[in-house]
Design a protein around this ligand. Structure first.
Ligand code: HEC
Ligand code: HEC
Length: 260
């Protein structure tokens, strides 16, 4: 009995300590885990930053692209001809025409196919085997191909407008845009009024290819446009407007270099 009495006052603080330690552990472990977790999760909690393209228009890239050698480009283009046509006009309207191409745009697309920033199983394979210099040479070659009509080749361009009444809608967007929706005129970036770096020539492009690209920008399948320029425009166009501009340009009616 004496022993019990002596030990009882000691046992209580021990039990308290054990209880406190247990409570601390119960509280602290989840807290520590939370801290650990949150610091580990922080980067993935933010939306992943997707860079649209690895291409930046620096003095170096501009110099590289403008120094392309068209003769080397001519030799390299042999492997492109069966899809894009000997004269840079394809026989099938889903393949884009490349004659008279804007060099910067051409080169950027090749780089984007190579880096996977622009998805196309066909073109990614083509671009994989080319250096940045090769692409500059090809850009130089294609940019020099004449765009005037040639009855000798098998081009599918220009196509006839399925619905000529859409011309008014197309003309309005191309020449004036739509200020209310913040859509600048197409011709202010795609020419001939002015060009932004990397904007392709639309005036020689096939209807179904244009239609596909506008669709792909609108649904995000194509997302290699720097500053979301084309995605933000394409998302706002109605189905009828996309058809209208595609048919109008595809018929060779768009303002630009194409002479009928
Ligand atoms: C098997 C057919 C095929 C071959 C060969 C081919 N291309 Fe293409 N090319 C395509 C298709 C299809 C597209 C459209 C891709 C898409 O859907 O976005 C395209 C797109 C392009 C574009 C983008 C045009 C634009 O206006 O944005 C360029 C530039 C291009 N090709 C260059 C080349 C070059 C240079 C070669 C040769 C080294 C080549 N292609 C070989 C089928 C081909
Ligand atoms: C603010 C400038 C700007 C305006 C305005 C603009 N675009 Fe574009 N567009 C671009 C750029 C830049 C690209 C190239 C994107 C890239 O880097 O791949 C492009 C690409 C395109 C393409 C892809 C063509 C190809 O060869 O692959 C189509 C189609 C297109 N634009 C249609 C239009 C139409 C139609 C309009 C008017 C309703 C328009 N754009 C207005 C800047 C513009």
């Amino acid at each position: 009995m004496g022993q019990v009495n002596r030990k009882a006052p000691m046992r209580t603080p021990v039990r308290w300590l054990v209880t406190l330690a247990a409570m601390f552990a119960l509280l602290a472990i989840p807290l520590l885990r939370l801290r650990g977790d949150s610091s580990a999760q922080q980067p993935s909690e933010e939306p992943p930053v997707r860079i649209p393209s690895n291409v930046a228009w620096t003095r170096e890239t501009l110099a590289l692209v403008s120094s392309g050698d068209p003769f080397r480009g001519l030799l390299l283009a042999r492997r492109c001809n069966h899809c894009h046509g000997e004269e840079g006009f394809s026989a099938v309207p889903v393949f884009p025409n490349l004659a008279g191409a804007d060099r910067l745009s051409f080169w950027k697309q090749m780089e984007d196919f190579r880096s996977g920033k622009r998805i196309s199983p066909v073109m990614q394979v083509q671009a994989a085997g080319l250096s940045t210099r090769d692409s500059a040479d090809l850009a130089a070659y294609y940019s020099m191909l004449p765009t005037a009509r040639d009855p000798q080749d098998s081009r599918s361009f220009p196509q006839t407008m399925q619905d000529p009444s859409l011309a008014t809608i197309a003309i309005r967007l191309i020449l004036f845009g739509d200020g209310q929706r913040g859509i600048p005129p197409c011709q202010s970036c795609h020419g001939p009024v002015s060009y932004v770096n990397g904007a392709p020539l639309l005036a020689i492009q096939n209807e179904s290819y244009l239609q596909d690209q506008l669709e792909h920008f609108a649904n995000g399948y194509r997302s290699n446009d720097i500053n979301v320029r084309m995605r933000s425009i394409a998302r706002q166009l109605t189905a009828q407007e996309k058809t209208a501009v595609s048919e109008y340009y595809g018929a060779g009616l768009g303002p630009g270099v194409y002479s009928r």
